[in-house]
Design a protein around this ligand. Structure first.
Ligand code: ADP
Length: 560
């Protein structure tokens, strides 16, 4: 290698975006003293090479053992290595050993780390790359792609139109992602692009995709529920959650299993309409709530779907505004779209008898979707489920490492009294939302509905003369479906398949989604049992330190 020529190239080459040189950070020119020390390192390097070669030749000639290294030879080897490192820079030598990927975009962690190691005149050896080709992780396959990226960056092609313009969802996502990186100067490295079916989300699950987030899926079970054993998938990044729920499942199974009951099954939507007077608003309220009108209204409502069936309408008046909470069964769908279509049909129909009706919004928050509301807590929304188990005293002691009395006492103090003190709305439980949300994400439910779906009252009572523990969860708003939304995506439908509730139930529409709601309640029961036991036994912090707070140096992990 012509070291001098290479060095000259390095000094003179324009600095490109790389680990040592970010946009906005220009390395200062080399000082004269620096040239001198570099020249010295070259002299030391070649002198050491010459000396070592001559010593080697001498040993071969005299038959001396080659592995015997004299002190002078050690000094020569050290000089050789030292001058090499000095000349090329420590980071270059390190890069030869570690072979890092060519990281071109800025990210916070590397930026911080590099502020410490930036040294002028020791740039990394990178070939000059035209600015627009510095592209991180996306393969730009054609000049046409390059042109489209530039037009998205320039704003001439709207990013949202890429799918329809290109007719290739993967290509659209790749181009959007690259345009985004260039426009923001921020790296998306780490957010995977490939390995996902972008066609499957088009027009249904997510607009303007640039990749997908990976969430690990763990399993708990067997969850013995209503005489059947389930293995339940949970998507979470919270250490201890799966392990803890699994322990609850074990306690339930060893005690004979849990039992669930579906109390109610109906999705709701409540539009708000306005009239000129309070009287007119009241007229419509009485019209809608009169049993004599139900058949006509439900015929209109039901015509929008094969599965949506009107169950009832509950009205509330605020001055001359009327809120009408329609409730309907939705088969195996979670049902928000279905109920909205039915409500729209009824609103159109009402115009005939109430021409002065003014529809202010198809959703007036009396529904109430994705917000905590007493309405849901009392009336229910989606599936209302109760689930119980009687844990044997032995199991409580051996598996849960606590006692029936301690659990009953803690439940009263924490889940009932403590929550009352906090003014809770539906939050009379230890961590129902933890288990529920993990199952929602794994099975393609709308995770934002965890708000009301997690409403849960956990009860614990001593039974069988204080020997055993009766534990139950009452959950009035489990909003789940096995068709529609995210449930049809590959990974989510695989998780539904594991539970045996994938897709529509052909025999009895609605049975699959109701079964999923039971499983959610059963899993929540297991989670409640285990966390309450850990708290009662004082184990919570210890197990979190073991599973959730690893001993890894977080700063090192983040910057590596
Ligand atoms: P949601 O109402 O939960 O938002 P969709 O609007 O996607 O979900 O509705 C579900 C779709 O699936 C509807 O078009 C419906 O006709 C269809 N479907 C097929 N089988 C069933 C079933 N067993 N239960 C409910 N919907 C079903």
């Amino acid at each position: 290698m012509d070291v001098r020529r290479r060095h000259a190239e390095l000094v003179e080459a324009p600095l490109k975006p790389n680990k040592l040189h970010h946009a906005g950070k220009v390395a200062p020119p080399a000082p004269a003293a620096f040239h001198l020390t570099n020249a010295s390192s070259v002299v030391v390097f070649f002198s050491a090479v010459y000396y070592l070669l001559s010593r080697w030749r001498e040993k071969i000639r005299t038959g001396a053992p080659l592995h015997f290294v004299a002190p002078s030879e050690m000094v020569a080897i050290a000089s050789l290595v030292g001058s090499f490192v000095w000349f090329f820079g420590f980071d270059f030598v390190q890069s030869l050993i570690l072979r890092p990927s060519l990281e071109t975009w800025t990210n916070d962690e590397t930026e911080k780390a590099e502020e410490v190691i930036v040294v002028p005149l020791k740039p990394k050896m990178v070939e000059p790359i035209p600015e627009e080709k510095v592209i991180g992780t996306v393969n730009i396959t054609s000049a046409e792609d390059e042109e489209i990226i530039n037009s998205v960056v320039a704003g001439t092609t709207p990013s949202y139109s890429l799918e329809s313009k290109l007719g290739d969802c993967r290509r659209a996502a790749g181009i959007r992602r690259e345009a985004l990186q260039r426009a923001t100067g921020r790296s998306l490295e780490g957010l995977p692009l490939d390995g996902f079916d972008y066609q499957s989300i088009l027009g249904q699950c997510c607009e303007m995709p640039v990749g997908y987030v990976q969430i690990p899926v763990g399993i708990v079970g067997p969850l013995k529920l209503d005489g059947v054993e389930y293995t339940v998938p949970m998507a979470t990044t919270e250490g201890t959650l799966v392990a803890s729920t699994n322990r609850g499942c074990k306690a339930i199974a060893m005690s004979g299993g849990a039992t669930s009951v579906i109390l109610r099954d109906g999705m709701t939507r409540a539009p708000v309409v306005r009239f000129g007077t309070v009287t007119r608003a009241a007229d419509l309220k009485f019209f809608l709530e009169s049993p004599a009108n139900f058949d006509a209204i439900s015929a209109v409502f039901n015509s929008s779907s094969r599965f949506g069936r009107l169950q009832g309408i509950k009205c509330a008046i605020a001055g001359k505004n009327l809120y009408m909470r329609f409730s309907c069964s939705t088969g195996d769908a979670m049902g928000m779209n279905m109920v909205s279509k039915g409500v729209q049909n009824v609103l159109d129909f009402l115009h005939k008898d109430f021409p002065d009706i003014e529809v202010m919004g198809i959703s007036g928050n009396f529904c109430s979707d994705k917000k905590p509301a007493a309405m849901n807590w009392i009336e229910g929304r989606g599936k209302s489920v109760v689930c119980e188990a009687i844990l044997k005293g032995d199991v409580v002691r051996k598996i849960l490492k606590t006692s029936v009395e301690a659990l009953v006492e803690l439940n009263v103090l924490k889940n009932l009294t403590g929550s009352a003190m906090a003014g809770a709305l539906g939050g009379f439980n230890a961590h129902a939302s933890n288990i529920l949300t993990a199952i929602y994400i794994a099975t393609g439910q709308d995770p934002a509905q965890n708000v009301e779906s997690s409403h849960c009252l956990t009860m614990m009572e001593a039974v069988n003369e204080g020997q055993d523990l009766h534990v139950s969860v009452s959950m009035p708003c489990i909003e789940v479906g096995t068709v529609g939304g995210g449930t049809q995506l590959g990974s989510q439908s695989a998780c539904l398949n594991l539970l045996g509730v994938k897709g529509a139930n052909k025999k009895t529409p609605g049975d699959n989604s109701r079964q999923l709601a039971r499983i959610v309640a059963g899993s929540v029961l297991a989670g409640e049992i285990s966390l309450m036991s850990a708290l009662a036994a004082g184990h919570l912090v210890k197990s979190h330190m073991k599973y959730n707070r690893s001993s890894k140096d977080v700063l090192k992990v983040a910057s590596s």
